[in-house]
Design a binder for this molecule. Structure first.
Ligand code: LMR
Length: 325
């Protein structure tokens, strides 16, 4: 081919390729460990739908639920390497990254969801978002699940009933102390291993929200469920710096707006989703359910509150006290 013709040919090829490169959508891989029909699973689906609508397909979201891609620990490493762009692990999973987030594991810290939201939306929440935006991660927002309940292979009405029982816990020093203070034996296990650990008797009990207890079928391998509402389970939505810094400004704005919309969506549905799962667990007739009376609950509370001073250094006494208000 004479030089001018080959140059023109090359130019024509380039002109064909460049617009298609420009039109290539950005893909956000979002990995999480829970079922689709949970507050987090539903929030992820809502986020995907709204982002794809609002960006006209310039951003696509691929969701990997049920730990099909990564468990929580691996997801945080994958996020730092930009192998995924979004994750929403529960606060306890940030133990090596931002131990201050264990604030949310403190038992009986929040009276109700309004109290929790006041803390998340106020100075404490802002400070924690800053503290978690390190080591390549960029903290975006807090998503709700709900209050935790305790299941076991025997009735738990008083804290003494849990003495010597092995409980599965998340990787949290606070949760470890919470179970040790009632004489139980906490064992750290990833979420994806809880069902088989309960089924095989490797652990005798666990604590979680009703949505996780139902969708992961823990209620089928436990004899008793105590409605204790003793602690809260929530999530930190995180991306990574590599992805966030490269995202064009107009798309960043849309993503930020959709995140706020999704947080509000998750807040609006979470309590009801968990309440609906309680009805399903009741209707199954597969597990004995015990609702603690206020007096019975107060006994658990008194015992568990005793661990707070042990965390004044690790979490920050001031953060704890501000959150208690
Ligand atoms: C757990 O490990 O029990 C929870 O963090 C799972 C989740 O993400 O709700």
């Amino acid at each position: 081919m004479p030089p001018l013709r080959s140059l023109l040919f090359l130019l024509a090829m380039l002109l064909m390729i460049v617009p298609s490169l420009q039109a290539m959508p950005i893909t956000i891989k979002f990995s999480h460990v829970v079922a689709k029909d949970t507050p987090k699973g539903k929030a992820a689906e809502f986020f995907k739908q709204r982002i794809e609508e609002q960006t006209g397909g310039r951003i696509l979201v691929k969701i990997y639920p049920n730990a099909t891609l990564y468990g929580d620990r691996a997801a945080l490493s994958a996020l730092q390497l930009n192998d995924i762009q979004l994750a929403a692990p529960s606060f306890s999973k940030f133990i090596d990254h931002t131990p201050q987030l264990q604030l949310f594991d403190l038992p009986f810290l929040f009276r109700d969801t309004e109290h929790l939201h006041r803390v998340l939306d106020g100075k404490v929440g802002k400070k924690l978002l800053q503290q978690a935006s390190i080591k390549g991660l960029h903290a975006l927002d807090f998503w709700d699940n709900g209050f935790k309940q305790i299941s076991a292979n025997r009735p738990l009405i008083t804290p003494e009933d849990a003495i010597s029982l092995k409980f599965r816990i998340k990787s949290s020093k606070v949760l470890e102390a919470q179970f040790r203070t009632i004489g139980a034996d906490p064992q750290i296990l990833p979420f994806s291993e809880v069902y088989s650990a309960l089924q095989q008797g490797i652990v005798a009990g666990q604590e979680n929200t009703l949505s996780n207890i139902y969708t992961k079928r823990f209620y089928l391998v436990q004899s008793d469920l105590t409605i204790s509402n003793h602690g809260h389970l929530g999530y930190l939505l995180v991306t990574n710096d590599i992805f966030w810094q490269k995202l064009p400004g107009d798309l960043k704005l849309i993503v930020s707006e959709v995140i706020t919309e999704t947080t509000n969506f998750a807040r609006a549905i979470a309590t009801q989703v968990n309440a609906d799962y309680l009805k399903k667990i009741e209707a199954s007739g597969k597990i004995n359910i015990h609702h603690l009376t206020p007096d019975q609950r107060a006994v658990w509370q008194k015992k568990m509150l005793s661990i707070y001073p042990d965390f004044y250094n690790l979490i920050d006494e001031e953060l704890i006290k501000q959150s208690q208000k």
